[in-house]
Design a protein around this ligand. Sequence first.
Ligand SMILES: Nc1ncnc2c1ncn2[C@@H]1O[C@H](COP(=O)(O)OP(=O)(O)OP(=O)(O)O)[C@@H](O)[C@H]1O
Ligand SMILES: [Mg+2]
Length: 217
Amino acid sequence: MPKIIGIIGFKGGVGKTSSAVHLAGHLAERGTTIAVDGDDRNRSMMTWASAGKLPFQVMSLMEALSSRDADFLVVDVRGGLPDVELFDLARSCDLLLLPANPEMMSLDGMRRTFDVLTDEEERTGQPWRAKMAALLTMVRPGTPDKPNRKLVEAQAALSALSIPMLESTVRASEAFKDASKEGVLVRDVKGSHLAATCWEDYGSVTRECLSLMGVKA
Ligand SMILES: Nc1ncnc2c1ncn2[C@@H]1O[C@H](COP(=O)(O)OP(=O)(O)OP(=O)(O)O)[C@@H](O)[C@H]1O
Ligand SMILES: [Mg+2]
């Protein structure tokens, strides 16, 4: 059975699709990976893949139902998924990643998603909390003597709410926008001195995700 990672969240534009694509890119180096475009309204991942330059297959949710021979499925969904569909996805996934940006509105959207899932967990006894993790994306890098204040505050806010989060974060960079425009992974963006660093941000995210799912490095 494949390991399934769902990238979820009610709020739009927080980096769900970018995270799904880059996580799938790293996982493809370890095993057969399928990225599932569950965003039936926008088909953003299908558009990204249309240039034919991604090292994994992208399928719709329906198509993916028949692909049980993959090692990893990474499922991207649209922002406003109805609760029942969110619960269906949560039941199927080994890990639920909740991307958010270190901004009030974004963190609030993520907290609502977390709350809806934990309420349902309490109602039905599903062990979901253990497989949820927040991922802070679009983080402006700080320096050792001047850490990014918004990042520090966001991490403190998540800790105070007992929302589990990945230690790894993803920096804000135009290179990610170029990657989606060009239909490539960020590592393949030409002319950006940050392309390799941005790619490695998701390398670190991927290693943490594998460890949370109990997959050996
Ligand atoms: N780390 C990043 N730094 C800068 N820009 C980013 C980063 N990640 C994503 N973006 C850009 O932000 C925008 C939203 O990202 P993305 O499409 O991944 O979010 P989403 O949560 O899937 O959005 P939607 O809800 O519309 O599906 C895109 O223009 C994308 O290129
Ligand atoms: Mg998206």
